[in-house]
Design a protein around this ligand. Structure first.
Ligand code: KIV
Length: 284
């Protein structure tokens, strides 16, 4: 992709003002990022969902900053041009503003991220402001926020009644006022997302929150049948790579067992005279 230009914050704002939908996807390693780069996705999130999709944890809570940095570095190597967002893992920003700034800074300095993302509403506005004032673009994340799954009582749509919807609308404004460059809404009803989008001066991105946002996000593993435990309603499956890979693995096991693999094109030989010389050396 030699002539692709680096995606910048003004590019994203221009898409918003032009009414052109922004594309966003999660990504966790070099091979995936290489493909994402070819598809020219605008924004790439190295989500702490990697704890579940890549590391096999039950939730995102065990993910550390070091885990995130290692994966973000690999993704950046695969997609040098996308707007790359490092997802702040559990307890990397909740303890204090200073902790938040230091951890956000690691994403920028060690993984060449363009921005970071953190979960939470008005209660996180001081963290958001501290990071933004340090010169680091920061995205908010409202609605279903997986790091608060225990408090939220499970994987449920958020803001279904007027009072809770009002809280999400207010939180979105609080984050924008605190300096967020964008806000992600996860599993918020479509028309609540529409209200927030209409009031916002920054790009609003939807994950399962309907078509009215400025952009859409999907989780890579959900899109390609790569997460075995569950498939959320909001995830459209664009291809079942999991099935393709499984069939390939079964065929491999069968072919090795039946001595059908490898064939001559899969191995390397040695010239007859070199082999003869080797045999003579070994026989001495
Ligand atoms: O970690 C992640 O992938 C996320 C998305 C669910 C938005 O935060």
């Amino acid at each position: 992709m030699p002539d692709r230009k680096k995606v910048t914050l003004p590019d994203l704002v221009k898409k918003m003002t032009d009414g052109a939908p922004i594309t966003m996807i999660t990504c966790y390693d070099y091979a995936m990022a290489y493909l994402v780069e070819q598809a020219e996705v605008d924004m790439v999130l190295v989500g702490d969902s990697l704890g579940m999709t890549m590391l096999g944890y039950e939730s995102t809570l065990p993910v550390t900053m070091d885990d995130m940095i290692r994966h973000a570095q690999a993704v950046r190597r695969g997609t040098p041009h996308a707007w790359l967002i490092g997802d702040m893992p559990y307890m990397s920003y909740q303890p204090s503003v200073e902790t938040a700034i230091r951890c956000a800074g690691r994403f920028m300095a060690e993984a060449a991220c363009d921005a970071v993302k953190l979960e939470g509403g008005a209660e996180m506005a001081d963290r958001m402001e501290g990071i933004a004032k340090s010169g680091i673009p920061v995205m908010g994340h409202l609605g279903l926020t997986p790091q608060s799954m225990s408090a939220l009582g499970g994987f449920k749509v958020q803001g279904k009644d007027a009072a809770r919807a009002k809280k999400i609308v207010d939180d979105a404004k609080a984050l924008e006022d605190a300096g967020a460059y964008s806000v992600l809404l996860e599993m918020v009803p479509d028309r609540v997302c529409q209200i927030i989008t209409e009031r916002a001066g920054i790009p609003i991105i939807s994950l399962g929150s309907g078509p009215y946002a400025h952009g859409q996000l999907l989780i890579f593993h959900d899109m390609f049948g790569l997460y075995p435990r569950f498939k959320p309603k909001m995830a459209k499956v664009y291809g079942n790579a999991g099935e393709v890979i499984l069939n390939g693995l079964k065929q491999y096991v069968a072919e090795v067992t039946d001595r059908q693999f490898p064939q001559p094109e899969h191995w390397f030989g040695i010239k007859d005279e070199q082999l003869e010389e080797l045999r003579q050396m070994l026989s001495k």
